[in-house]
Design a protein around this ligand. Structure first.
Ligand code: NAG
Ligand code: NAG
Ligand code: NAG
Length: 421
C-alpha cells in the first residue's frame, strides 16, 4: 500500500475513508464471522445473501432489506464455524488448448483437428503472455494445463510418451513454471480412452498408471508441478473400482520418485462438488493412500459451475453453490481431516455471474482451511467470444481482463477478503 503516498491528499482521504468504513461494490459486508465494513459505498447496498455472506450490490438502500440476519446462527448445512484465514492458497486460470479435440467420451482427435498448443511458437494464442499477466497484474499463482491422453502418446494406448508431442506440451509447462506459479498437469479424458472406461471395460489400470509413471518421472524433481489424475469422470459404473484406478496412479506417481507433490483425486459425476459426498465419491476416494499409508498431499479435485444446469455453458449464473455444494463439502472435509481444490469454475461476463461468483469465492476463502482455492475456466486458446472466456486482451504491453476476472476472480479484485483495495 506504499503507493498510496504518491496520491494527491484528497484522494488519500477518500480512499482511506472508503477502505475503513464502507465496502466497494461487490465486496462482502456481512456474514458469520465477518469483521470488515458493514456498509457500502454510495450507489450500492449491503444485501443479505445467506448466513455466511452479505454483499454490496449495485442499487439504492430504499429497495433493500436490512442485513442484520447475516450474523444470526444458521441451521443450514455447514453451520459449524468456518475456520479459514480469508485467503486462499491457490488461485488461477485454466490455460486450455492441448485438450482441444477431446470429447466427453475420451475421444481425442490428433493432427490439425486435435490439440492446439496455446503458445505463439505453435501458432496459438500467447499463453505465456497471458500467464505472465495473470501473475503480475492479478495475483494468480496456479495454472491448470489440460491435455489429451492421446496427444501425449500420439494415439497409442499404453504406449511410450511421444517425445515430439511431449516437447510441445512441456513448453507450456515450462512457460507456466517460469512465472513462478504452480502448474497442474490435467489429463482431460473423462476417465476414458475412445469410449472405454478405465478399469471398467476400457484401458487397464496398468495402462493408465504407465502414463502417469512416465509423466511423474519427467517432473519428479519439480516441486511446483501438481498431478491432476483425470478430468471429470462421469457415469462411471462402480465408484470403488474407479477409486482403485486412482490408487494405481497415486502409487505409480509416488514410486516414480515424485514423493511430495500434490496429487488431485477426481470423483464421479463430472467431479461435481455437489455430488461428491452424496454419490459416494468422497467415501471411495478417502481410501486412496500414499505408499507409506498417509494421505499427505492427496487432495480431492472438484468442479462447480454457477449456471442453471452446472454445465458451464450458460452466460447467466443462478447460484453461489454455498448451500448445495460448498457448505456440506467443507463440513465433511473438516470432519474427515481432508482438503479439496476447485479446479474448474466460471461464468459469463454478466452481472449475475459477478454477484454469485463473488459470493462463492468469499465463502471458499472463509473455509480456506479445507478448500485450497479455485481455477477459472478458461483462457488459453479460446477466443473472446467464448461464453466463459477469461481471455485477457492485449494492447501493446498492457492486458485487459474480462469483467468476471476483474470484478471477482482475480485475487486483486478482493472477493477473497471482501476488501476494498
Ligand atoms: C510422434 O508424434 C509425431 C506427430 O506429432 C509423429 O510424426 C511421430 O512419428 C511420432 N513418433 C513416434 C516415435 O511415434
Ligand atoms: C452415481 O454413481 C454411480 C456409481 O457409483 C454411477 O453409476 C452414476 O452414474 C452416478 N450418478 C450420476 C448422476 O452420475
Ligand atoms: C464394485 O466393485 C467392488 C470391487 O471393486 C465390488 O466389491 C462391488 O460389489 C461392486 N459394486 C457394485 C455395485 O457392483
Amino acid at each position: 500500500m506504499a503507493y498510496r503516498t504518491a496520491y494527491p491528499l484528497a484522494l488519500i482521504a477518500l480512499f482511506t475513508a472508503s477502505a475503513r468504513g464502507q465496502g466497494a461494490v461487490y465486496s462482502q459486508c456481512g456474514g458469520q464471522g465477518w469483521t470488515g465494513p458493514t456498509t457500502c459505498v454510495s450507489g450500492s447496498v449491503c444485501t443479505f445473501s445467506n448466513p455466511y455472506y452479505s454483499q454490496c450490490l449495485p442499487g439504492t438502500a430504499t429497495t433493500t432489506v436490512a442485513t442484520t440476519t447475516a450474523t444470526s446462527t444458521s441451521s443450514a448445512p455447514g453451520s459449524t464455524s468456518t475456520a479459514g484465514t480469508g485467503t486462499l492458497q491457490l488461485v488461477g486460470v485454466n490455460i486450455a488448448g492441448f485438450d482441444f479435440g477431446c470429447d466427453t467420451n475420451g475421444n481425442c482427435l490428433l493432427g490439425s483437428k486435435g490439440a492446439y498448443p496455446p503458445l505463439t511458437q505453435y501458432s496459438g494464442k500467447d499463453g505465456l503472455g497471458q500467464m505472465n499477466h495473470f501473475v503480475k497484474d492479478d495475483g494468480y499463482n496456479v495454472f491448470r494445463l489440460p491435455v489429451g491422453w492421446q496427444f501425449l502418446t500420439n494415439g497409442v494406448l499404453g504406449g511410450t510418451i511421444n517425445q515430439t508431442n511431449m516437447a510441445e506440451y512441456d513448453a507450456l509447462v515450462q512457460a507456466c513454471l517460469g512465472t513462478g506459479a504452480s502448474c497442474i498437469i490435467d489429463i482431460h479424458n473423462y476417465a476414458r480412452w475412445n469410449g472405454g472406461i478405465i478399469g471398467q471395460g476400457g484401458p487397464t489400470n496398468d495402462q493408465f498408471a504407465n502414463l502417469w509413471t512416465q509423466i511423474a518421472t519427467k517432473y519428479k524433481n519439480t516441486a511446483k508441478v501438481i498431478f491432476g489424475v483425470m478430468n471429470e469422470p462421469h457415469d462411471v459404473p462402480n465408484i470403488s473400482t474407479w477409486a482403485a484406478s486412482v490408487q494405481a496412479v497415486v502409487t505409480a506417481i509416488r514410486n516414480a520418485g515424485a514423493t511430495t507433490q500434490m496429487i488431485l483425486l477426481p470423483g464421479n459425476d463430472w467431479t461435481s462438488a455437489a455430488q461428491f459426498i452424496s454419490n459416494g465419491s468422497g467415501a471411495a476416494l478417502m481410501k486412496v493412500v500414499n505408499p507409506d499409508g498417509s494421505t499427505k498431499n492427496l487432495i480431492f479435485d472438484v468442479h462447480k459451475y454457477l449456471d442453471s444446469d452446472n454445465s458451464g455453458t450458460n452466460a447467466e449464473c443462478v447460484t453461489n453453490n454455498i448451500a448445495d455444494a460448498w457448505a456440506p463439502l467443507a463440513t465433511w472435509l473438516r470432519a474427515n481431516g481432508r482438503q479439496a481444490f476447485n479446479t474448474e469454475t466460471g461464468g459469463g461476463n454478466t452481472a449475475s455471474c459477478v454477484t454469485y461468483m463473488c459470493q462463492q469465492i468469499a465463502y471458499m476463502a472463509q473455509n480456506s482451511d479445507v478448500i485450497l482455492g479455485y481455477v477459472g475456466w478458461a483462457a488459453g486458446n479460446f477466443d473472446a467470444t467464448y461464453v466463459l472466456s477469461e481471455l485477457p486482451t492485449q494492447s501493446g504491453s498492457s492486458w485487459t481482463d474480462t469483467m468476471l476476472v476483474s470484478s471477482c476472480m482475480a485475487p486483486k479484485a478482493g472477493a477473497q477478503k471482501g476488501s476494498t483495495s
